[in-house]
Design a protein around this ligand. Structure first.
Ligand code: NAP
Length: 283
């Protein structure tokens, strides 16, 4: 049976460390503060917002919510971001995406100051992930993958990591973060030939595809560690990842579950980025 790499202990350990750091900031008169910008009321956004607020409360991070109607004007949204940029009492901003279709998401995302970009929505932050320099932070989900691997003591240096998926939100940044830890990284996508054969060679396999059941036993080897980033709704209700968990779990060394895996670490990472941004601003 594979070791189950659950997210909760990882999030718990990050949270404990952040409580101490938030306390130190507050003792210096700095109240670490996160702005949350939400356009409309999508269920997924509301669920994540509530989870983020609960995590912030636990740590001692204040939250300022900017709630906008789904038909909000692009200029009004840009004004809100400018207000956040200018406000020295706000240290980071989470804005839910995708934005409604009448808004040019690219323009709006670039309007945020990179030093407050705690979930990598600007190109400047992304450039930081690729160059290893700059003020930005990696996307929270990509960083959550790294936090899980670190917490469970998975050695990366010199090992072969394969990432399935090449989005800017997960696949590409995870590949960069793994490479920064001296893993040898292979990226796979929808046009990859013999994907099962390539993945089978991996010591560490990260699945960020968005299709249930993509990773089957043919993708695995007995020493493999799998991080399943996928979140897919089941027709009968509930969620599943990109890995055919029941078939794959007995075949590998360790695997993250879905739910209760990567998804449960992302709000802790969001708070980690926020505390770091607050500390930088307080210097
Ligand atoms: P995305 O933008 O749709 O990208 C999916 C990637 O998977 C693409 O690069 C695509 O390749 C590749 N792909 C699609 N079908 C494939 C196949 N059959 N074989 C190999 N590669 C295939 O999705 P995303 O935003 O990166 O999200 C990926 C998954 O993570 C989704 O399930 C999403 O819900 C989940 N997610 C989880 C969290 C969390 O907290 N755990 C957070 C955000 C997202 P091409 O580039 O060739 O099209």
């Amino acid at each position: 049976m594979a070791e189950l790499l659950k997210g909760a202990p990882v999030a718990g350990a990050i949270t404990e460390r952040l409580i101490a750091r938030a306390g130190q900031l507050r003792s210096r008169g700095v109240v670490p503060t996160l702005a949350i910008v939400r356009v409309g009321e999508r269920c997924d956004d509301l669920a994540y917002e509530n989870a983020a607020i609960r995590r912030c409360d636990k740590i001692g991070i204040a939250v300022r919510r900017f709630r906008l109607e789904p038909d909000v004007d692009q200029d009004r949204l840009l004004e809100v971001l400018e207000e956040i940029n200018q406000d020295k009492g706000i240290h980071g901003c989470l804005m839910f995406r995708p934005l409604p279709k009448h808004i040019d998401e690219r323009i709006v995302c670039q309007a945020l100051n990179a030093s407050k970009d705690v979930d990598c929505m600007t190109d400047r932050s992304l450039a930081g992930v690729f160059t290893g320099k700059g003020p930005g932070f990696p996307p929270c989900t990509a960083q959550a993958v790294m936090e899980i691997l670190e917490y469970y003591g998975v050695e990366l240096e010199g090992r072969h990591a394969t990432v399935i998926g090449r989005s800017l939100v997960i696949g590409k940044p995870v590949a960069m973060l793994l490479q920064a830890k001296n893993a040898t990284v292979t990226m796979c996508h929808s046009k990859t030939r013999d994907i099962a054969g390539i993945c089978r060679q991996a010591d560490i396999l990260v699945a960020a595809v968005g299709h249930a059941g993509t990773v089957t036993p043919e993708f695995t080897n007995p020493g493999q560690i799998i991080v399943d980033v996928g979140i897919n709704s089941l027709p009968e209700g509930g969620l599943t990842g990109d890995v055919d968990f029941d078939a794959v779990e007995p075949m590998v060394k360790a695997i993250t579950p879905v739910p209760a895996g990567v998804g449960s670490v992302t709000t802790a990472v969001l708070c980690k980025h926020l505390i770091e941004a607050s500390e930088r601003a307080a210097v």
